[in-house]
Design a protein around this ligand. Structure first.
Ligand code: PHB
Length: 387
């Protein structure tokens, strides 16, 4: 079957899916990196999705829920092949898409196979426009980067250097930051792009310091904040007086416990902190720690809320998994996440969520991103601009 053209194979799979098991089981296929440089991201999504199922049971609207995790090792071609196999061979009713390049390559497969797909990691605006069956529970870099630019301007920043991981989410963080920062009268002296894989930040940090900015705007993806913090301290930049700011990724809760005093005082605009002071979040952080041995982070909530979205949609459709129908019920859905109140924008299928300004402080001997201001119900600014 795997050698047939996808459309033909899909038609056979669809006609064969009439047995009792196929009707009573709803399979969800997560295509995430479990190995390679972004393995932490896959672990966080998979741990959070499994935690959601452990807490809410594996039966919804009379259907047994089965989670299938496939490792794409962050390779877009793998993601495409795996999602095709999940649809044709495993007959999944839902897909979960991970990193931006993989989510981009899976989109035509989800569209052709008519499978509702939750974007659980990608933070790039355009991804949700690549398939009418894509719905996002993660975040966009734009949501956070414009807000931190405004905050920096208000707090006296005038000359910034941007240090960005060199791929789509980094470009987007830099673009939105620069637009808001210059609109507020600031100047971006230079934009430095750091290779995504095996990054060595040292030469870029040296170049940034040589430009004598008052502010450093940094985006590194989940899994790299620890390395970044170490090299930042090695260059003495934590004591240089240059303000370090960014979207929430540089204060990733998965890495923060390993960063000692290096990031104390760093201010970010982020969608989630493990220190978010709601009861729902306290319970989530405790349960996640117990189940996984790690501190819950901003990636994990994308997986947890992705499962919530699927469960609630199935309740509304009474177990029907038709993509048009489930995506239709997901549009406009609202709920209380560990990160705070969130909803799915019915126009864009993108997530609407609070963005918090947070400062890294020590609490009980460990660094945490402590929220001190809230921007409510923030949409993806790039989609709003093109509206
Ligand atoms: C992405 O895939 O777009 C992505 C991944 C990790 C991040 C941010 C963005 O921290």
């Amino acid at each position: 079957m795997r050698y047939l053209p996808f459309a033909a194979a899909f038609a056979i799979a669809a006609s064969a899916a009439g047995g009792a098991t196929a009707q009573d089981t709803v399979k969800i296929g997560l295509v995430i990196p479990m190995t390679g440089g972004s393995a932490a991201v896959g672990r966080e999504i998979s741990d959070a999705a499994k935690l959601y199922m452990a807490q809410h049971g594996d039966t919804v609207a009379g259907k047994k829920i089965q989670l299938i995790v496939r490792d794409d090792a962050s390779v877009p071609d793998n993601a495409k092949r795996l999602s095709q196999e999940l649809i044709v061979n495993d007959k999944v009713s839902f897909l979960g898409a991970g990193l931006t390049p993989s989510a981009m390559s899976m989109a035509p497969i989800a569209t052709e196979g008519k499978v509702a797909t939750i974007v659980v990691v990608s933070g790039t605006s355009i991804v949700t426009e690549k398939s009418p069956y894509y719905v996002r529970t993660s975040f966009t870099l734009g949501q956070q980067s414009g807000i931190i630019a405004d905050w920096a301007i208000k707090n006296g920043s005038k000359k910034a250097v941007s240090v960005l991981s060199d791929w789509a989410p980094g470009a987007e963080a830099g673009k939105v930051f620069e637009a808001s920062f210059t609109k507020g009268g600031g100047q971006v002296l230079e934009t430095l792009k750091v290779p995504l894989n095996n990054p060595d930040f040292a030469p870029f940090l040296q170049r940034a310091a040589d430009l004598h900015p008052d502010t450093l705007f940094v985006f590194v993806p989940a899994g790299q904040a620890g390395t970044f913090a170490r090299q930042f301290a090695e260059r003495g930049l934590d004591k240089s007086g240059i303000k370090l700011i960014g979207p929430g990724d540089i204060t990733d809760d998965d890495d923060l416990p390993t960063t000692g005093d290096t990031l104390l005082g760093v201010v970010t605009a982020g969608i989630y902190s493990a220190a978010h002071p709601s009861q729902i979040n306290k319970d989530y952080v405790a349960a996640y720690q117990k189940a996984s041995g790690h501190r819950a982070n901003f990636i994990s909530v994308g997986g947890y809320d992705g499962m919530h979205l699927i469960y609630e949609a199935l309740k509304k459709t009474n177990g029907n998994t038709d993509a048009e129908m489930v995506v239709g019920t997901m549009k406009g859905m609202k709920w209380e996440s560990p990160r705070g109140p969130i909803s799915i924008d019915p126009r864009t299928r993108d997530i609407v969520q609070n963005v918090y300004i947070r400062k890294v402080e020590k609490k009980d001997g460990a660094p945490w991103a402590i929220e001190f201001a809230t921007f409510e119900a923030v949409k993806d600014p790039l989609k709003e601009a093109s509206n």
